[in-house]
Design a protein around this ligand. Sequence first.
Ligand code: ZN
Ligand code: ZN
Ligand code: ZN
Length: 433
Amino acid sequence: MTERIPCTREGCSATILPTTAEKTGGYCMPCKQEMKRQERQLYIDKHRRDVNLYEGIADPVEILKIMHTNLEYDPMIRYTPYKQNKEQLYMSLSAEDAGKMLDYAVNLLVSGDEDTSKDILLSLVCYKNISLSAWIPELISRELYYPGILFKDASEEVRNQLMDQVEYDNDNRNHLLSALVWIGDEQVVQRLHEWRKSSPEWVGNLNISPDLYTYEAGWELTEEGERHNLFYGYSYAIEKVEKAEESVHGASESVILLTESSHTCLWCGGKLTTLLDIGVSHPFFEFLSLAGERLKVETCVICGCYGTVYMDVDLNGETKWSTYNKRPDYLPDINHDDYDDQYLSASKSFRIASQPRSVYHAAEWTLEPTVSQVGGHPSWIQDAEYPACPCCSKRMTFISQLDWGEIEKHGEGIYYMFLCPNSMITATLFQQS
Ligand SMILES: [Zn+2]
Ligand SMILES: [Zn+2]
Ligand SMILES: [Zn+2]
């Protein structure tokens, strides 16, 4: 048997055959490869060029066009990032510039770059709430029916066309229904109600019945066959600030995030957390139509990842663990030593924006918008999921969401908060990718 000899690289305990050593200069193969990789990295670091594609460009439209261009990866080039991200640039666009981006997106669509075009259209719809009405026929002619939110401002003519098409177009029915619930006008509501009363044959091929698509667009079809919105018509971002700072618009007391509650979680025995504490009498929150002082939304941030946590609340800021809470079967045994309360220190790092933003600003999670907000349409990571009020059985209204990725260093996912204003019950649920 040939005697094996040790790899000569410091710290390596592998042994190799003398024939290998001859080929590699005394190193084992993994070491040899690692050394080659390091050598290459050194070469790249030394010779890599910085390229600033934005140099000398001030026009936000031109900057956005560059941002939407797919750059071929080249290890020898390091691209200088722009000082603002897409979201900030879109928000800063004037109406005229937004129109230019729309034209650009339509040109891309015509030239066949559907993906980039859709990204721009989505950004314009969400961040600027721009109507695509005039361009929806262009999408349809290319059989592009998704995401449904692009269709929300469709004309009556297009709506009728889609309602006809959904009856026979087996291939696109799923997306057509999404588009229709986003249009969500009286005719669509009426048609969904008819389908619920008497199911068309094709319903059997769907995963869910047509009237359940509505949650995706933030509303439900009531038993009486009416549209009931599940989100509020205003949205205020909850912005992260670099340093804890004085509120610039006297709203600091109007929203308090992430404080420890005096109540206990009946599932794990830990302390509950007040995710959100809002002064509902502040002029910002008139849209909530809640006559009172404060509303608190509490949850157990540990157990809340596994199931819906309901709380009885009033408008004086009182909360109580709801007797409707049902311990999830799949709740693991929780050892509190495994968790810290780092998230409580994030409390002072946020403030409510001074101006409302588009209600649909965060509706498309994949655009990577600023997610945390009060009001507005939720950013679903998974399927839309509005909890039913355990008291009156109606779907609860979305009231706020917090991006856990901004709150904890290695955090991820979103906490969603809901309210049934009739029963005065709040609910939280959590989603992650
Ligand atoms: Zn080695
Ligand atoms: Zn708990
Ligand atoms: Zn209720």
